[in-house]
Design a protein around this ligand. Sequence first.
Ligand code: ARG
Length: 458
Amino acid sequence: MKMWAGRFSKEVDDRVNDFNSSIRFDCRMYEQDIKGSLAHAAMLAAQGIIPQEDADAIAAGLEGVLADLKSGALVFDPGAEDIHMFVEAELTKRIGGAGKRLHTARSRNDQVALDLRLTLREEAKEIKALLLALISELRDRAAEHLDTVMPGYTHLQRAQPVTFAHHLAAYANMFLRDVGRVSDAAGRMEFCPLGSGALAGTTYPIDRQRTAAALGFTAPTANSLDGVSDRDFCIELANAIAVIMMHLSRFSEEIVAWCSWEFKFIELDDAFATGSSIMPQKKNPDVAELVRGKTGRVYGDLMTLLTMMKGLPLAYNKDMQEDKEAVFDAVDTVKLCLKTFTPMLHTMTVLKENMRAAAAKGFINATDCADYLTKKGVPFRDAYKITGGLVAECIRRGLTLETLPLEDYRAASGAFAEDVYGAINLETCVKGRLSEGGPSPDAVEKQLALIAKFLEEN
Ligand code: ARG
């Protein structure tokens, strides 16, 4: 019989039981559920709402249930309605009458809101740690490649020279903002909904400050209706995760491209690539592709949460049970991706010569050629046009700006002199981009120092 069977004259249909049950996915919150109950029971006794000896029996019983679940001596009953009912029923089975006092002045509505916050608070910490490890890896690899010239792209067309360090530091900055977003979402989980009751608080003289403090929260939530029905924190965390996945997916796309023979900028370690069942020559960047693919599923999780909450009246509605699978899937997916992505970066080989060769081919020093003329007094728009003509000439004759003879330069503009070759040299072009945030080794070193500072502070 159900714990709430009092007003019912029939057993619940088996199909409804299965349909209704959430133990399959909320069982992962067992430790948080038990910790919440321990704090609640201690508060009830301190406030004189239940006898101290009952609270002691509850505490001992709950510790036993926790230990047995951890060791595997106790397994979840798939027929249970949810983790909250399962723990309470098991407790009462073990300690009898006192167990029945645990749920005084509490509802599953404030209980589940609490458990989910406690769970996601921990998950946010883990995600943050994984992001920091990724940023640290990016920083280390970037430090090795301050002088590794590669083409920078816009529209996937070779545009201007950058370095591999500059490129990696760009991603480090994205993940750094992601740490901020995860921390921000976690910050709003720091309020304890316990004591909101089903929706309207309780007539018992509970002490919400005490339970909030005991569970490590900043304060109790301010409004009981909001306390039980707020799932913003799930949505915010899923949103932060979706943005992390979007960044990982962009990076993955580049890794897939860089692994192709068309680019060959990097080679993945054999341990982080896979082969084909039919084509013996293949080495596939499956990890990057899967990360890119899983991004779609995490976007789906976020959309599930937003849509599930849309139009829900106050306060708790059973729809909200659907929050867990979505947010847990987002959490598990991003952790899995980060755990695999970082070592993939750590073990990849950077093919510097290929990057340099690609940079030499795409006229990516054309802007520098125009800037050279501008510095000699030619207005930029004229310089731009003259350089465009020279590029067209090079293409016609199969030359590059580096190999175009000086007389051709001089025929286009008298402002050109021998020193143009120094000005359009790729290394010069990169080193000259000293502007803050730019690709010159000095500028990137400063960016890496900021990243290192962030890592120290987080
Ligand atoms: N399993 C439920 C959930 O995840 C717990 C809360 C149920 N409350 C209720 N009144 N039915 O949301």
